[in-house]
Design a protein around this ligand. Structure first.
Ligand SMILES: [Zn+2]
Length: 143
Protein backbone atom coordinates (compact mmCIF):
# COMPACT_ATOMS: atom_id res chain seq x y z
CA UNK A 1 0.00 0.00 0.00
CA UNK A 2 1.60 3.24 -1.07
CA UNK A 3 1.73 6.41 0.94
CA UNK A 4 -0.61 8.44 -1.31
CA UNK A 5 -3.35 5.81 -1.06
CA UNK A 6 -2.97 5.75 2.72
CA UNK A 7 -3.25 9.51 2.83
CA UNK A 8 -6.35 9.48 0.59
CA UNK A 9 -8.15 6.80 2.60
CA UNK A 10 -7.24 8.56 5.83
CA UNK A 11 -8.69 11.78 4.44
CA UNK A 12 -11.81 9.93 3.36
CA UNK A 13 -12.16 8.46 6.82
CA UNK A 14 -11.73 11.84 8.50
CA UNK A 15 -14.27 13.36 6.10
CA UNK A 16 -16.80 10.59 6.82
CA UNK A 17 -16.36 10.94 10.58
CA UNK A 18 -16.58 14.72 10.41
CA UNK A 19 -19.31 15.19 7.80
CA UNK A 20 -20.82 11.73 7.21
CA UNK A 21 -23.90 11.86 9.39
CA UNK A 22 -24.89 15.41 8.42
CA UNK A 23 -24.30 14.69 4.72
CA UNK A 24 -26.52 11.63 5.11
CA UNK A 25 -29.29 13.69 6.73
CA UNK A 26 -29.06 16.35 4.04
CA UNK A 27 -29.27 13.62 1.40
CA UNK A 28 -32.35 12.12 3.09
CA UNK A 29 -33.91 15.58 3.36
CA UNK A 30 -33.33 16.13 -0.37
CA UNK A 31 -34.79 12.74 -1.28
CA UNK A 32 -37.83 13.42 0.93
CA UNK A 33 -38.21 16.87 -0.65
CA UNK A 34 -38.04 15.32 -4.09
CA UNK A 35 -40.88 12.89 -3.29
CA UNK A 36 -42.96 15.60 -1.62
CA UNK A 37 -42.49 18.10 -4.45
CA UNK A 38 -43.42 15.54 -7.12
CA UNK A 39 -46.51 14.45 -5.13
CA UNK A 40 -47.58 18.05 -4.50
CA UNK A 41 -47.15 18.95 -8.17
CA UNK A 42 -49.09 15.89 -9.31
CA UNK A 43 -51.98 16.62 -6.93
CA UNK A 44 -52.16 20.23 -8.10
CA UNK A 45 -52.10 19.35 -11.79
CA UNK A 46 -48.63 20.84 -12.28
CA UNK A 47 -45.69 19.31 -14.12
CA UNK A 48 -43.88 16.97 -11.70
CA UNK A 49 -40.65 17.26 -13.69
CA UNK A 50 -40.31 20.94 -12.84
CA UNK A 51 -41.08 20.20 -9.19
CA UNK A 52 -38.41 17.47 -9.20
CA UNK A 53 -35.91 19.97 -10.62
CA UNK A 54 -36.74 22.59 -7.97
CA UNK A 55 -36.49 20.00 -5.20
CA UNK A 56 -33.13 18.78 -6.52
CA UNK A 57 -31.75 22.33 -6.59
CA UNK A 58 -33.47 23.91 -3.56
CA UNK A 59 -34.32 20.86 -1.42
CA UNK A 60 -37.19 21.62 0.99
CA UNK A 61 -37.63 25.05 -0.61
CA UNK A 62 -38.50 23.23 -3.84
CA UNK A 63 -41.52 21.80 -2.01
CA UNK A 64 -42.51 25.36 -1.02
CA UNK A 65 -42.15 26.46 -4.65
CA UNK A 66 -44.34 23.52 -5.75
CA UNK A 67 -46.95 24.57 -3.16
CA UNK A 68 -46.88 28.16 -4.40
CA UNK A 69 -47.76 27.21 -7.97
CA UNK A 70 -51.38 27.86 -8.97
CA UNK A 71 -53.55 24.74 -9.18
CA UNK A 72 -54.10 23.69 -12.81
CA UNK A 73 -57.82 22.89 -12.61
CA UNK A 74 -58.17 22.25 -16.35
CA UNK A 75 -55.41 19.63 -16.26
CA UNK A 76 -56.83 17.96 -13.13
CA UNK A 77 -60.28 17.78 -14.77
CA UNK A 78 -58.81 16.31 -17.97
CA UNK A 79 -57.04 13.65 -15.89
CA UNK A 80 -60.32 12.77 -14.13
CA UNK A 81 -62.16 12.46 -17.44
CA UNK A 82 -59.33 10.37 -18.95
CA UNK A 83 -59.31 7.92 -16.04
CA UNK A 84 -63.12 7.61 -16.19
CA UNK A 85 -63.55 8.87 -12.62
CA UNK A 86 -65.77 11.68 -13.92
CA UNK A 87 -67.46 12.57 -17.19
CA UNK A 88 -68.18 15.95 -18.72
CA UNK A 89 -71.76 17.20 -19.09
CA UNK A 90 -72.31 17.96 -22.80
CA UNK A 91 -74.63 20.85 -21.93
CA UNK A 92 -72.64 22.84 -19.34
CA UNK A 93 -69.19 21.15 -19.51
CA UNK A 94 -69.07 20.60 -15.74
CA UNK A 95 -67.72 17.30 -14.39
CA UNK A 96 -70.33 14.85 -13.11
CA UNK A 97 -70.11 11.27 -11.83
CA UNK A 98 -70.11 8.64 -14.60
CA UNK A 99 -73.24 6.95 -13.13
CA UNK A 100 -75.28 10.18 -13.22
CA UNK A 101 -78.35 10.28 -15.48
CA UNK A 102 -78.95 13.99 -14.84
CA UNK A 103 -76.38 16.79 -14.53
CA UNK A 104 -76.23 18.20 -10.99
CA UNK A 105 -75.26 21.62 -12.29
CA UNK A 106 -77.70 22.28 -15.14
CA UNK A 107 -80.15 19.31 -14.75
CA UNK A 108 -79.62 18.27 -18.35
CA UNK A 109 -80.40 14.58 -18.95
CA UNK A 110 -77.24 12.56 -19.47
CA UNK A 111 -76.69 9.31 -21.29
CA UNK A 112 -75.22 6.91 -18.74
CA UNK A 113 -71.64 6.02 -19.65
CA UNK A 114 -72.13 2.32 -18.93
CA UNK A 115 -74.87 0.28 -20.58
CA UNK A 116 -77.23 -1.40 -18.09
CA UNK A 117 -75.69 -4.51 -16.56
CA UNK A 118 -72.11 -3.79 -17.59
CA UNK A 119 -70.85 -2.12 -14.41
CA UNK A 120 -69.04 -4.32 -11.90
CA UNK A 121 -71.78 -4.26 -9.25
CA UNK A 122 -74.55 -5.43 -11.60
CA UNK A 123 -72.29 -8.14 -13.01
CA UNK A 124 -71.54 -9.39 -9.51
CA UNK A 125 -75.29 -9.46 -8.73
CA UNK A 126 -75.92 -11.34 -11.98
CA UNK A 127 -73.24 -13.90 -11.19
CA UNK A 128 -74.77 -14.41 -7.74
CA UNK A 129 -78.27 -14.98 -9.10
CA UNK A 130 -76.85 -17.43 -11.69
CA UNK A 131 -75.29 -19.44 -8.87
CA UNK A 132 -78.69 -19.90 -7.20
CA UNK A 133 -80.86 -22.73 -8.66
CA UNK A 134 -83.88 -21.40 -10.61
CA UNK A 135 -86.55 -22.81 -8.27
CA UNK A 136 -84.90 -21.02 -5.32
CA UNK A 137 -84.09 -17.89 -7.33
CA UNK A 138 -87.71 -17.14 -8.23
CA UNK A 139 -89.06 -17.78 -4.73
CA UNK A 140 -88.15 -14.38 -3.30
CA UNK A 141 -89.55 -12.45 -6.24
CA UNK A 142 -93.13 -13.71 -5.80
CA UNK A 143 -95.34 -11.67 -3.49
ZN1 LIG B 1 -74.63 20.21 -17.00
Amino acid sequence: MNFAFCKASAAAMVFTIAFGPSVMWIFLLWVLSLFLAVTVAGNRGNNPLWAALWALVFGPFGVVIALLQPIDHARLERAQVNTGAMKRCPACAELVRPEATRCRFCAAPLATGTAPGTDAETQRAGALSDAIPPHLRDRDRRP
